[in-house]
Design a protein around this ligand. Structure first.
Ligand code: SAM
Length: 281
């Protein structure tokens, strides 16, 4: 008998892959969590029937959500990751010697537990002495800070359920306040093919708060359409002129060339960053 995982990526499109075994399936307080052993992608973490990360392609997402902002900043010391309970972003943050403290605020402790148990290579740096793990809602957590972080990384699930507020203006305002005077924010902002409206609204919301905003891309096969976007809001630094003299060498996707190239957007994507870019305007 064959076992297949199928995900409805849009109401009309399914992504399927053959499964060797279901390693874990449970309902947490916040979401349904499953760990599957798949033939093509190795182990796969699924939350509410949406792929979060897989052994095969996790490096792309985690390197790109971390090294682009951390290499843009000249000397990131205080880094906050909101979401990211698998630990992949934290692993990449810990590669930066300038980092003094990396705080992980993940709402669901069972995501962290599952990652420790099933994804030792992704969660490898969760016990680094610079890492502080808190289980709280990132929206609530960040409200009490001002002038505290060099970089805030929003490594969230899709904008439904507990992550919905992580895509809204009041949250971005709190992040702006929590960042130091030259700080920057990065947030995963979904696929330009499947979630164009979301990218447009994230860009518009960031533009209303940050002096400069940018969008960059990476190729991630297990996410809808395979083309993924990240949105940056920066108070001072231009990511096209990265300031950090440290460049991580033990990467498989990120490089200085990829850093710059990721901001070269196809026209239909750069249109999403333009003011009044909604269809018909
Ligand atoms: N790389 C992934 C992606 O783009 O699909 C994201 C992975 S990471 C597992 C996302 C995490 O965000 C989940 O573990 C979820 O529990 C967490 N999360 C969602 N909403 C949150 C919130 N409001 N505060 C903190 N963590 C949150």
């Amino acid at each position: 008998m064959e076992l297949w995982y199928s995900e409805l990526q849009t109401p009309n499109l399914k992504f399927s892959c053959k499964v060797r075994a279901t390693l874990c399936r449970l309902q947490t307080t916040y979401q349904e969590l499953a760990v599957l052993d798949t033939f093509e992608f190795g182990k796969m973490l699924v939350l509410d029937e949406m792929v979060q990360t897989t052994e095969l392609d996790e490096f792309v997402y985690h390197e790109m959500i971390v090294h682009v902002p951390l290499c843009t900043h000249p000397y990131p010391e205080e880094v906050l990751v909101i979401g990211g309970g698998d630990g992949g972003a934290i692993r990449e943050v810990c590669k930066h010697p300038s980092v003094k403290r990396a705080t992980l605020v993940e709402i669901d402790s069972q995501v962290v537990q599952a990652s420790r148990q099933f994804f030792p290579r992704i969660s490898a740096s969760l016990d680094d002495p610079r890492v502080n793990i808190l289980h709280a809602d990132g929206v609530e957590y960040i409200r009490s800070f001002s002038d505290a972080f060099d970089v805030v990384i929003v490594d969230s699930t899709e904008p439904i359920g507990p992550a919905e507020s992580l895509f809204q203006s009041p949250f971005y305002q709190s992040v702006y306040r929590a960042l130091k005077q030259d700080g920057l924010l990065v947030a995963q902002s979904e696929s330009p093919f499947v979630n164009a409206d979301l990218i447009r609204s994230v860009q518009e919301r960031l533009k209303a708060i940050f002096p400069a905003t940018y969008l960059y891309l990476a190729s991630i096969p297990t996410y809808p359409s395979g083309l993924w976007s990240f949105s940056l809001g920066t108070k001072r630094y231009n990511p096209l002129d990265p300031q950090n003299t440290f460049i991580p060498r033990d990467t498989r996707y990120y490089s200085s060339q990829i850093h710059r190239g990721a901001f070269s957007l196809p026209r239909f994507v750069s249109d999403l960053t333009a003011p009044d870019s909604s269809p018909g305007s």
